[in-house]
Design a binder for this molecule. Structure first.
Ligand code: C2E
Ligand code: MG
Ligand code: MG
Ligand code: MG
Length: 281
């Protein structure tokens, strides 16, 4: 690409590449000590059940409080963690912290944890989960693992083996960002998912693009027929919520319900009656 452009452009691209690779290296080396320095923390975003108008659980989302850069979002460091292999240590920390946190919540409330491909294909994660559940003394069904479609296709081999091992432990598995990968409906039938999460891009456009609405409706009816739960991600407006109610979506998540909150904000969110009142049909 750079060779075809003019001489000035070549120089520009090289500088930009150098800069971004220096930047990556700096982040990489900072991330190495982030756990030890206690810079990582979890925030929690609720799932609202549309049948009961109650919060049924929270998704744990990772944050990095960098000493000089401030708050770094996962989009800026998860890929680096994957490339360097740090994701294993970080992923373990996330599971242990999520389990310890859910242990302080009412028993009917679950916690969902996001997995990276590398974690998903490392069977050592199973032992970590067993230990984390035991240490926190929580029932396995209160932990849900979120994986994406692309992990099912990867070169690492049989996703079914890992999924079945997770199921045997009693934890549940959700298919995240559904519709953004090369979805095969065969996966839904053959693999033991407890839930599908419809990607926020479909929710964002469903009221303005009829084809998006058609997809959302189809996924919800498919999930119902397969007896899998379905969550709509990225619900931001009351109109979107109303539409999802009409087409019988099970659960919703999004800024309209709540932004992700710190661990100490969870109980307040559960106790407030606001949710019943505002979101009742
Ligand atoms: P995800 O699992 O699909 O999480 C949903 C993302 O959408 C979150 O961004 C959340 O804050 C954001 N979101 C929620 N509601 C709304 C809404 O109404 N509107 C909009 N525009 N966005 C909304 P976040 O926290 O930045 O996380 C981004 C991605 O990073 C996650 O996507 C997940 O793939 C990854 N991630 C987060 N935590 C972890 C982790 O502990 N481990 C791994 N491997 N990946 C993680
Ligand atoms: Mg997720
Ligand atoms: Mg998602
Ligand atoms: Mg997403």
């Amino acid at each position: 690409r750079a060779k075809k452009a003019g001489p000035g452009t070549v120089c520009f691209f090289e500088q930009a590449d150098d800069r971004s690779s220096r930047e990556r290296k700096a982040l990489q080396s900072d991330l190495t000590g982030a756990i030890a320095r206690d810079e990582l923390f979890l925030v929690f975003q609720p799932f609202l059940d549309l049948g009961s108008n109650r919060i049924t659980g929270f998704e744990a989302l990772l944050r990095w409080q960098h000493p000089t850069r401030g708050l770094v979002p996962p989009s800026e460091f998860i890929a680096i963690a994957e490339e360097t292999g740090l994701i294993h240590e970080i992923g373990e920390w996330v599971i242990r912290r999520a389990c310890a946190t859910v242990a302080e919540w009412p028993e009917e409330i679950r916690v969902a944890v996001n997995f990276s491909a590398a974690q998903f294909h490392n069977t050592a994660i199973l032992q970590t989960i067993v230990e984390a559940l035991a240490e926190a003394r929580i029932a396995p069904h209160r932990l849900e693992i979120e994986i994406t479609e692309s992990m099912l296709l990867s070169k690492y081999g049989s996703a079914a083996t890992v999924l079945n091992a997770l199921l045997e432990l009693g934890v549940t598995v959700a298919l995240d960002d559904f519709g953004t990968g090369f979805s095969s409906l065969t996966y839904l039938r053959k693999l033991p998912f407890s839930r599908i999460k419809i990607d926020q891009s479909f929710i964002r456009d469903m009221l303005v693009q009829p084809d998006c609405a058609a997809i959302v409706k189809s996924v919800i009816s498919l999930a119902r027929d397969l007896q899998i739960g379905v969550v709509a991600e990225g619900v931001e407006t009351a109109d979107q919520l109303e539409y999802l109610r009409q087409i019988s979506c099970d659960e919703v998540q999004g800024y309209l319900i709540s932004r992700p909150v710190a661990a100490d904000g969870v109980m307040a969110l559960l106790e407030t009656k606001k949710y019943r009142a505002n979101f009742a049909a």
